[in-house]
Write a protein that binds this ligand. Structure first.
Ligand code: MGD
Ligand code: MGD
Ligand code: SF4
Ligand code: MO
Length: 669
């Protein structure tokens, strides 16, 4: 038996970016382990990726191109050759473009792979040259990116590993036990050295259970909480006026806007104890290094952008930046790489219309001149990850909508496709990825031949470009050529290339763990923090830091949130889940409705209905229901997931989906 081991790296949508050691026996992957190329992930990986072979070689894996032969969704499919499948796709797209214009075609993609070679590259170049509608990618991090870039410009925050130096760690709307496991031992190290831990989250997450203080805010109320903290910091003389004078614009305006929220009023609005919030202000003011780690859970509501902005303004007001382990951590994809995935595309964005992916259901139903006639889905499973699921499923099932899905496994979106194209996994194609948590880059080659006839994104879109006459002289058309082109795009590229060749890992020119305000400074035009950026102020309804109250009604009084599962990345790996989905409800909310643990329940609002099992859960606060993101249709009794309850609305910034802003009612089914 021939056994070899190979270096790889995990390209999944996870901040940690693990280096991997992959064992291949007789042409098949048999084992994935962590390697030691990064101090954060150092040798251990999550259970999901450890079991990646179940995904690669499981029953749901798609091995050949398939074409629908019966009614949409009926599951009648015919295996076809790649030539027939791509010929059919190219013909249909050409007909639609000739008849209705390129804008009738919409690429639809998100987080399947965070690698540059699968996330963009030839797919993006193909759709740009085709003159397709542009996609505004707003499922995730749209509000947080707008907020952090508005305040700090492009600047990396505190490195995850440096959080070990903190004396106070604030986890704000983030649940590392599921969504970035390597932060947990870092927090443990800091705590062993005396650090305090505060968690601000509607749920009692695993770290909230162990925290010194847990502020179990009602979803969507972080704006008043953060503003009250800022107000108190100013009012009590805890603001660092010298730091603000030197490094920030807009401090007086922020102080004025924050002054409307007292500790008492904010605590009442958030449904937490005023004494706890008060204690937090004093603890924060007295601690250094004090670190606020914001996640993505709190961006996904009507106030999400302002909430992130306000939370990220706190370290500036209190002067907590400029020490290792202090300040904030949001997204470290802002590390200074100089290179970007755009270099692999080498085609400017066309002036065609832009469609917000989070409003896809509405767009499919209502867009005209032209309507969307073709949807090309890759790296994405919108049937269970987009808002307004009931409308979306109806629209996807339309006979006059041509749906192509490039996928690894038979997802709920594939079930509504006209053409299904089998995709390779990251172990079957080359990938180049830089982290959004850890500040590193890996270049990982294919380690095995693809299962069946699966092809990489670039192979598929490169072929379509050829068929549709969209290749230009000198185009980089293969993964290897694209990588060369990316590295050739800037002087630093040669440095990264050498680092990758010599050490298997590259580090940005800003370093792997720069200290903000020592090693790196705001990427704003004047290199100062902008506490009330005009652009965000104009964008947020009512202005930045405006709090829009709870949209609950007597009919739909409960807030439904859908946090991440530890066993999946969004819906990725959902085919492997056998347990049905459950909705968590507090004891009091259940008792008020005569719901017992294990009962079948119906959760509904005007958008739709989900039927599943109830779990009475002490981790869930009153007024809130929890139904995980990423469940598949098979996981509920009526084939609908949390997304059926999520409104087709957006957060205040970035066009961000409001996944955590549903208001619902629940009863025994
Ligand atoms: N295992 C696993 N890892 C993942 C993912 C996954 O699905 N599974 N997804 C990846 C992706 S795509 C992302 S974006 C990240 C997400 O990483 P996280 O942001 O950690 O993930 P979430 O579970 O969506 O949200 C975090 C917390 O926010 C809380 N929350 C919800 N609403 C509010 C609110 O209004 N205010 C506050 N303060 N808290 C709120 C939730 O209760 C939850 O505990 O994780 C990545 N890593
Ligand atoms: N209810 C609810 N829904 C949510 C959220 C929420 O909080 N609540 N959060 C949202 C968030 S944060 C995110 S990031 C989105 C993610 O939503 P999606 O972008 O739909 O991501 P996944 O569910 O991870 O599905 C990605 C798919 O890409 C496929 N894939 C992986 N690699 C490749 C590849 O190389 N090529 C091709 N062609 N396909 C590949 C995988 O098999 C998988 O089926 O979900 C959003 N949906
Ligand atoms: S999903 Fe995250 S924790 Fe798991 S292997 Fe990939 S990078 Fe590491
Ligand atoms: Mo995400």
């Amino acid at each position: 038996m021939a056994t070899t081991t190979h270096r790889s790296a995990c390209p999944l949508d996870c901040p940690d970016l693990c280096g991997l050691e992959v064992t291949v026996e007789d042409g098949k992957v048999t084992r994935l382990e962590g390697d030691h190329r990064g101090p954060l992930t150092d040798g251990f990986i999550c259970g999901k990726v450890r079991k990646f072979t179940d995904h690669m070689y499981g029953d749901a894996r798609i091995a050949r191109p398939l074409v629908r032969t019966g009614p949409k969704g009926a599951g009648q499919l015919r295996e076809v050759s790649w030539d027939e499948a791509l010929g059919l796709v190219a013909d249909r797209l050409a007909i639609i473009k000739a008849r209705s214009g390129g804008e009738a075609i919409l690429p639809y993609h998100y987080g399947g792979s965070n690698g540059w070679l699968t996330e963009g590259a030839l797919a993006t170049r193909f759709f740009r040259r085709l003159g397709a509608s542009n996609l505004d990618r707003t499922y995730c991090a749209a509000a947080t990116s707008a907020a952090v870039h508005g305040l700090y410009g492009v600047m990396p925050g505190t490195a995850l590993e440096d959080i070990a130096h903190a004396k106070l760690i604030v986890l704000w709307g983030v649940n590392p036990n599921a969504t970035g496991i390597h932060l947990v031992p870092v927090i443990d190290r800091a705590r062993a050295a005396g650090a305090k831990l505060v968690v601000i989250d509607p749920r009692r997450t695993p770290l909230a259970r162990r925290a010194d203080l847990h502020l179990a805010v009602r979803p969507g109320t972080d704006v008043p909480v953060a503003l009250a903290i800022i107000h108190a910091l100013f009012a009590r003389g805890h603001a660092d006026r010298a730091f603000l004078d030197r490094h920030a614009n807009g401090a007086a305006e922020l102080e004025r806007r924050a002054s409307v929220w007292t500790i008492e009023a904010a605590a009442a609005e958030a449904g937490i104890s005023a004494r706890d919030l008060d204690a937090f202000v004093e603890l924060y003011a007295a601690s250094s290094p004090a670190l606020i780690r914001t996640g993505w859970g709190m961006e996904r509501n009507r106030n999400g952008g302002s909430a992130i902005a306000a939370a990220l303004a706190i370290p500036a007001v209190a002067g907590k930046l400029g020490v290792r382990g202090g300040g904030y951590t949001m997204q470290n994809s802002d590390a200074k790489w100089v290179l970007s995935s755009e270099h692999g595309i080498a085609e400017p964005k066309p002036a065609t219309r832009t469609v917000n992916m989070s409003l896809i259901a509405t767009a499919l139903r209502e867009l005209r001149d032209p309507p969307i006639e073709a949807l090309f889905v890759y790296n994405c499973n919108p049937a269970v990850t987009a808002p307004d699921q009931a409308t979306l499923l109806r629209e996807l099932a339309r006979d006059d909508l041509f749906v192509v899905v490039h996928e690894q496994v038979m997802t709920d979106t594939c079930a509504l496709a006209d053409v299904i194209l089998p995709a390779t996994t990251f172990l079957e194609h080359r990938e180049l990825r830089r982290g959004y948590g850890t500040m590193r880059m890996f270049d990982s080659p294919a380690v095995v031949a693809p299962v069946g006839q699966a092809r990489s994104n670039n192979a598929v879109f490169g072929d379509l470009m050829q068929r549709m006459g969209l290749v230009h002289d000198g185009d980089a058309m293969t993964d290897d050529a694209i990588v060369e082109q990316v590295f050739a795009a800037a002087p630093e590229g040669a440095v990264y290339k050498r680092q990758l060749a010599e050490h298997g890992v590259a580090i940005p020119s800003s370093g792997s763990n720069p200290v903000p305000f020592v090693d790196v400074f705001p990427g704003t035009p004047d290199r100062r923090i902008d506490l009330v950026p005009a652009k965000l102020d104009a964008q947020a309804p009512g202005g930045l830091y405006t709090y829009r109250p709870d949209p609950k009604t007597d009919e739909f009084p409960l807030a439904l949130i859908s946090p991440a599962l530890a066993t999946q990345i969004s819906s990725y790996f959902g085919q492997l889940r056998t347990a049905p989905g459950t909705v968590s409800i507090s004891k009091a909310d259940a008792a008020a409705r005569g719901i017992a643990d294990g009962d079948q329940v119906r959760i509904w609002n005007r958008g739709g209905e989900v039927r599943c099992t109830a779990k009475i859960d002490i981790e869930t606060r009153d007024g809130v229901l929890v139904l995980a993101k990423g469940l598949w249709r098979k996981h509920t009794a009526n084939g609908m997931t949390a997304n059926a309850l999520i409104p087709p609305t957006t957060a205040d910034l970035g066009g961000q989906a409001a996944f955590n802003d549903a208001r619902v009612q629940i009863e025994k089914a």
